[in-house]
Design a protein around this ligand. Structure first.
Ligand code: AMP
Length: 404
């Protein structure tokens, strides 16, 4: 199935061609026709599935060619990084249309955003708190709004944006199209979807616990006290390729980055405690390839759209299974091959078991030579093959991931 057969107009097809997208991803195949018809949509798609184009392309087509600018589409996102990313995509996909986009988010001055809004725009991409601020000050008037997108709705709720999102929903015209995306559809997300959606011609895409097919999951059992050394040993052995290392806390992020740097491995770190300037600088270095490894917290890593992440490392096992799905979604994007390595210490065995139940798969516990733990997890993994030493294997698999 081609992009043209989905009903997209020439200006968009030309831009897509320049992006070198050959075929629509599954979510694009399903969501673009629904979006073009003006129907509501609930998409349970994780990041990396091409969902941004899936909602932006129909919006750009709908808004193209109208005279003058009026604010007609709002995209709400959880983080400033994701806002910037959606803005970049909107400008790229819309480069042959008349549609203008502006992004507004917290953590930076209001004034440039106020001016940009004052100059007129068709699409506003925003984090909820800052959008509400601008709306209350009269910088933006949603009375002509036709399309609302809630992107990564689960993350917006996790980050405490529910009251802001509800206030925004109350201020928007009821007659509108709503496109709702979330990696996971749990109780709260479902309630928000019901409130936000008008007509229930909603389409559900993907499975909420799905991780991309191209991901190879590797679980390495290691003692807690050996994790830093094991990580740096593993990274040191591997050819430098884009790697995202996740830690649960800001403190952990800095600690890991410091440790591996001391071991001679270049890495940048990213967490919410850093200034926007420091975050941008770290992201630029990672994106440009100047540094291959980024250590980040989950929140900071949201919305970082970096292609070719070969490996995701869970330095800490996430205490929420859905977060595992999010993290792993950072690699193997758009059908590529990737690896997800989890360093598993005994205090995390049960969390890993919950994750495996959640994604309905189970993984062999492996070990790194020189870092074999004092105790190996037994139940309930005795059904799987006995642990084997696999340093070379990890390296080889990593090489394979890079070549694809
Ligand atoms: P998203 O899930 O929207 O964050 O997109 C993930 C990545 O896939 C981004 O880097 C997009 O540029 C890329 N992408 C989106 N659609 C396609 C496509 N049809 N073919 C190839 N790459 C795509």
């Amino acid at each position: 199935m081609s992009f043209a057969s989905l009903g997209l107009a020439l200006p968009l097809l030309r831009a897509i061609e320049e992006e070198k997208y050959e075929l629509p991803t599954p979510i694009q195949q399903e969501a673009i026709p629904v979006g073009l018809e003006g129907r509501d949509l609930v998409g349970s798609a994780q990041t990396g599935t091409g969902k941004t184009a899936a909602f932006l392309l129909p919006i750009l087509q709908r808004l193209d060619g109208t005279k003058g600018r009026s604010f007609r589409a709002l995209v709400l996102v959880p983080t400033r990084e994701l806002a910037e990313q959606v803005l970049t995509n909107s400008r790229a996909y819309g480069r042959y249309t008349s549609v203008q986009s502006v992004a507004v988010y917290g953590g930076v001055g209001m004034e440039p955003q106020t001016r940009a809004l004052g100059n007129g725009t068709d699409i506003v991409i925003a984090t909820p708190g800052r959008f509400l601020d601008h709306m209350r000050r009269g910088h933006v008037n949603p009375s002509d709004l036709e399309v609302l997108v809630l992107d990564e709705a689960d993350r917006m709720l996790d980050m405490g944006f529910a009251p802001d999102v509800n206030r925004i929903l109350e201020s928007l015209p009821k007659e509108r199209q709503t496109l709702f995306f979330s990696a996971t559809i749990s109780g709260d997300v479902d309630r928000l979807a019901r409130r936000a959606l008008n007509d229930h011609a909603a389409v559900e895409i993907g499975h909420r616990t799905a991780t991309a097919d191209g991901v190879e999951h590797i679980v390495i059992a290691v003692d807690k006290s050996q994790k830093l050394a094991a990580l740096s040993n593993m990274l040191g052995e591997l050819p430098a390729a884009r790697t995202l290392v996740f830690t649960r806390t800001k403190f952990g992020t800095d600690k890991v980055a410091r440790y591996i740097r001391r071991e001679g491995i270049e890495a940048v770190s990213m967490h919410g405690g850093k200034t926007q300037q420091a975050r941008n600088k770290a992201l630029d270095r990672f994106k440009s390839g100047a540094v291959a490894i980024m250590v980040a917290t989950d929140v900071a890593a949201r919305g970082i759209d970096v292609d070719d992440i070969v490996m995701v490392v869970n330095f800490d096992v996430p205490n929420d299974s859905e977060i595992y799905v999010h993290r792993v979604g950072r690699t193997a994007r758009a059908g590529a091959h990737g690896m997800a390595v989890t360093l598993l210490s005994p205090d995390e065995w049960l969390m890993m078991r919950d994750i495996e139940k959640f994604i309905d798969r189970s993984f062999t516990r492996e070990t790194l030579p020189g870092f074999e733990p004092d105790v190996m997890p037994q139940q309930p993994w005795e059904i799987v093959a006995p642990p084997k030493t696999n340093k070379r294997n990890v390296t080889q698999r990593h090489g394979r991931a890079r070549r694809r």
